[in-house]
Design a protein around this ligand. Sequence first.
Ligand SMILES: [Fe+2]
Length: 423
Amino acid sequence: MLIAQITDIHLGFERDNPGEMNRVRLDQTLARLASLDPRPELLICSGDLTDRGDQASYERLREALGACPIPYVLAVGNHDLRGPLLTVFPETPTSGGFVQYVHDQGPLRIVVIDTLEENRHAGAFGPDRARWLDRTLAQAPNRPTLIVLHHPPVVTGIDWMSLVPNESWAPRLTEVVSRHKHVVGAICGHMHRPITAPWAGTILRICPSTAPQVTLDLKPMDLERPDERPLIEEEPPAYALHQWTPAGLLTFYARVEDPNVLLRFDSGFQPVLKHFEEERHHEPAYPGESHAGPMRAAPAGPVSPFGFQGRIGRLPFWLTMLGATVVGTAVWLGGEALVPALGGTAFTLPLWGAVTWAMLLAKLAVIWPVLAAAAKRAHDRGRSAWWLLILPVPLVGQLFLIIDLGLLRGDAGPNRFGPAPKG
Ligand SMILES: [Fe+2]
């Protein structure tokens, strides 16, 4: 699943100029996104949608987005005003007066939050918003969740645009998100520059802007000494593509430009690509290294029904239980019927021992895959297989088996037992 993100559009920077540079840059970006193959399923606009928060600029934004075939959702930035935005985009959900809501997109749960305090450049995230976010994240603890916001809650090093360490709204937000391990990432804007940072136990991706970019300059700034350094540059508009995969969220950044192509996939280069493909299916030889065998990552593909490694989802778990029940019942009924059929008096039959041993082996053959499936389901829930020792406990053990292993969703994305199972 592919999601596009644009940010910091700043429509209306040139007051009363409907054909302003920022509109041209927005239209170029939307045209590029619409031409992508595969086309993104959703477009997230992460704030600073307009420059002054005026209704006319929101109307121009609606017109531009309406011409793009990709459905969109909006977040607010420091240049936005909620009233005019909601007048022009009344379908945008709110809660408690803030532009904060949940948007379900395929397997991803997208939680849009509001870091705006109107007429303030820096971010804000008060206690009411923190409680809403905590409650909202707690409602779906097993769904992979992506947070959308405008202001990066991290220090970025570009002095004049960055959070400063004593801003209290950011630790409040960080503390809430840190408690929810199913948050698979956060995406934002504001910096007009692509940046990636660790944050709250996940990865924060800062998207470059469609409006002109902020100069990449990490030299500390002395506000008492203007040094003529560049601050804003007319780089091409840019966007992000977020791809949800079984291994987690991949993010790509791209500029809207037509670069010189240096190499194409033509018949001349085809043999090279075929060689690359062939090579990928063979282990490296590691010449000059002590050869203890290549280290392999945990398998992402199908796992053995008899193995205790890796993770499985709920469907293979229940299929194993069903299969074990059917085979186990057949073995039991077969054994019960076999003894009288062989002569009626089991204790006198010379085959008694053989029948008993055959039934014992058959039972073991049923129990083994059941234990293996339960262990792999426990792994999928982020638990060690040692948790299965709870199973013999009356009532509690059976409830654990049915609810935790049978009904609850596994960890979103990879965990310490391997990648998430497919499907
Ligand atoms: Fe901005």
